[in-house]
Design a protein around this ligand. Sequence first.
Ligand code: AMP
Length: 399
Amino acid sequence: MKSLLIINAGSSSLKFAVFNLPLTQDAPSVYRGQIDGIGANTQFVAKDLDGKVLLETTIKSPDGASLEDQQQLALEKLLVWIEDQHIELAAVGHRVLHGGKKYSAPVVISPEVLAVLETFVPLGPLHQPHNLRPVYALAKKYPSLPQVACFDTAFHRTQPWQSEVYPIPRKFTEEGVIRYGFHGSSYDYISRQLESVLGKQIGNGGVVIAHMGNGASMAALREKKCVATSMGFTAAEGLMMGTRTGNIDPGVLLYLMDKHGYTAEDLTRFIYKESGLLGVSGISQDMRTLEASDKPEAREALELFCYRAARQIGSLMVATAGLDALVFTGGIGENSQFVRNRVCELMAWAGVKLDPELNKIRGKALCIQAADSKVAVAVIPTNEEWMIAHHTTTLLGLN
Ligand code: AMP
């Protein structure tokens, strides 16, 4: 039997999933796992279909190995483990951060494509080089193995120019400083579930999808196509997140530079690592921990998270010209009754009303609005790996 390997490689982690072919709708991965702590204490965990741990081990790197060497070693360990399972790979699908303005759909990777993807490194220096590294390593080891790139940005390329352009000097817009948006594979997957969960008419109407996990964003859809999204040039814009600021007055950054001598590195840490739920609560970036805490700082972090989410929905409703449905997904969106309830309370003015019993749902797609709600509300679990597997099989004609 032939299989697909799906890879989501970051700087210090490599998540993977293996799907058997033929790939059926919503088929679960037969194996999944991750290699974490690359560059420090590298841990490799692999699980089977039922979540049973098959392997849990530490990967030891030679002393003085560079981050790049350690990433390479992590991939090699994964490939050896895959061979040990007698998995025969038909193709590999990669989650790649940036497709720039050029790619509005997944693409089969060739040397020419790779050269173009390299030019997007300045747009996503924290992710793009790490996303591409396994592509080179696999191409070297298995030159005839087809590889496909699925971009976080691709889904949003249908945005009208008003949603995409910043009010900045034109020369920077032309250089590519525009609002790309991210979490594309998740929105792509959810957009394909809308009709079956919400019905044809509502599914094709004005829909706001809230992908709320550790990273959080929203997308506004009409006819299942993106018309606006909350993330922009980077994944720092928009919603308050686990550790990211979301929207913030750029004047705050200038103030930190002037008053506290913040360097670009300090600002990067401030924007991406020290703010959000963690910064406001001073306790944790994890929604479960904050929900369980009775400290006032935790309550404030939760309220700010929900309030800013509702403000974002209000803004996206301009792009959709009204709201027919609100969809929650991602670790928080799929699991947190509290967040769904509070966001919907704050959207009551727009006719959004939840059914408290239905809101208890976890782990499956369901409409959870009250009978007298003017807006449909749904929970739809996302499945980014399956989406990448689907594109990989479709593009390569493997099914
Ligand atoms: P993700 O990045 O999509 O994996 O989502 C991670 C976030 O989902 C973390 O903030 C978790 O605390 C949150 N999360 C996961 N399960 C739950 C739950 N049962 N209730 C509330 N939040 C949850």
